[in-house]
Design a binder for this molecule. Sequence first.
Ligand code: ADP
Length: 254
Amino acid sequence: EKERVERLEEIDQVRSDFISMVAHELQTPLASIKTQSETLLTQQHRLDQETRSALVDGIHRSAASLTDLVQDFAAVNRIENNQFSYHFERLDLAAFVKEVVDLFPVDQRRYPMRVRVESGLVVRGDHRRLQQALLNLLNNAVKYSPRGGNIAVIVAPTRDGEAKVSVHDEGIGIRDEDLPKLFNKFTRLFDKRAMNIGGSGLGLFITRSIVEAHGGHMVVESEWGKGSGFGFVLPLWQPSGSSSSTTTPSSATP
Ligand code: ADP
C-alpha cells in the first residue's frame, strides 16, 4: 500500500512538472509570435524592409523552438511506448563526431570549440539517433555556458575496451546532489544563472534512452561553478554477427 501511494505521488509530481513546463515553455514563443505578427499586421506600411525581416525572423525562430518542443514530446511518447525504432550499422566514431560537430550551428567566436578524436573506434550505431544524442549534449554545453566558454568534444577508448564520446564545457556546472536527477523527465535544475534559459527537461532523458538502446551508458562529471562533462560510452563493433539491422528495443526505457 505504501509503495502504491508513493508511486501515485510520483506520477502526480511528474504530471505537475509537465504542466508547469508546458505552460512556461509555450508562453514565451507564443507571446513573441503574437506581438511580432501583430506589429506586422497593423504597421506593415510604416515599417522599413529591415524591420520587417527582423520581425519575420523572430516569428520563424519562435515557431522553430515550438517545433523542437513538440518533437521532444513525440520522441518521449514513442520511447515510452517502445516505438522508437533503430537502424544499426557500422559507424566510425571519429568520422561521425567530426560530421556532427561540423553540422552544429555555433559561433566559434562565442564558444571556441576543440575536437580531439582518436581514430579506429568503430561501433554498432544508428547514425540519426546518435546524432540527436550528441547534438543534445552540444546544445546543453552552449546553453549552460557563458559567452567565451571553451567547449571540448573528445572521442577516446575506455580502459574496459569501449568507446567514449564526451562534451566538456566551462559552464555553470551542477551540484553533486543534483546529479542523480538529471536524466529524469522534466528535470530542470534551479540555478539563478539559468533562469532565463528555455528547455523542456527532456533532452537528457531522450539521450540516455538512445544510448541505452545501443547497449551503452551515460557518464557525467561536474563541478558546480566550474563546468561539466557529459558523455556516452558505447561497446565496440563486434565483427562476427554484427550485421546492419533495424529494431525496436523490447524493454521499456526506465
Ligand atoms: P533542458 O536543457 O531542455 O532543460 P535536459 O534534459 O537537456 O533539458 O537537461 C536537464 C537539466 O540538466 C537542465 O535543465 C540543466 O539544469 C541541467 N544541465 C544539462 N546539461 C547541463 C550542462 N552542460 N551544464 C549545466 N547544467 C546542465
